[in-house]
Design a protein around this ligand. Structure first.
Ligand SMILES: [Zn+2]
Ligand SMILES: [Zn+2]
Length: 244
């Protein structure tokens, strides 16, 4: 597939990434809905936020922008600015974890900046229209947020030669965590909060609390940076155990 992508035209590549991003969008909605049905006894919110047409339009434009950012990444890759390498299982796992950890820090920093009153009013308030969430919340973003996240990912890829499997692993985890964070139910079991390392995984409750109380929980994949910088909701562990 990589060889086919390398020799494809820009138009073919744009079509490929548009279809891929539409599939991710649809898959995330289906997964969110399935989680809501499977774990309806573990609801974090009483109800899902209603789907409004302006948010649906924003979600579709986020999908198109994600495809555009992917094409940008493809351009840099074909010109040698981004390097993808082969790697065994161990290398792929290390690469994937490294990217999760680095992107979590980058997104934590940008997310906190996005809560500066001016930035919040102009850019990030749109995502926070959802106090409770719904299956499209993950994609209800200001265009600058979509470009910012894509830019951060591309910056990382220009600095670190990822294995292809590690990158695919990261992209998969990114969609899973994003979907989980907006599912409005808590699939993780309560005992997770008592296990070392695993207790730092960003649960559904973790991001749901951010929508309820935007001064806490700025991380995405882990609780690590919020714990380090003192922004974890003090009520988090109790809420997590209660919801799970
Ligand atoms: Zn959110
Ligand atoms: Zn926020």
């Amino acid at each position: 597939m990589l060889e086919a992508l390398r020799t494809a035209t820009a138009l073919q590549t744009a079509g490929f990434f548009l279809v891929a991003n539409l599939a991710i969008f649809g898959g995330s909605i289906v997964l969110c809905w399935a989680l809501g049905v499977m774990f309806k006894g573990k609801r974090i919110f009483d109800r899902w936020e209603p789907v409004r047409s302006v948010e649906l339009a924003a979600a579709f434009s986020a999908v198109i922008l994600n495809a555009a950012v992917s094409v940008g990444g493809w351009c840099l890759w074909t010109r040698g600015w981004i390097e993808l390498r082969d790697g065994g299982i161990l290398r792929s796992v290390i690469d994937c974890l490294l990217m999760v950890f680095a992107m979590d820090l980058g997104m934590y920093v940008f997310h906190r900046a996005a809560h500066h009153p001016v930035m919040f009013r102009v850019i990030h308030r749109f995502h926070h229209r959802h106090e409770a969430t719904n299956p499209i919340s993950l994609f209800v973003l200001h265009p600058l947020e979509v470009i910012g996240f894509g830019g951060l990912m591309i910056l990382f890829l220009t600095l670190y030669p990822m294995s292809l499997a590690g990158l695919i692993g990261y992209l998969t985890l990114n969609v899973l965590f994003g979907t989980l964070g907006h599912a409005g139910v808590e699939p993780f079991p309560a005992f997770l909060s008592r296990l070392p390392v695993l207790r730092l995984i960003g649960s559904s409750t973790f991001h749901a609390e951010h929508h309820e109380h935007p001064r806490y929980n700025f991380g995405f994949y882990t609780l690590f940076w919020d714990k380090l910088f003192g922004t974890l909701d003090p009520d988090y562990e109790r809420r997590f155990r209660q919801g799970s």
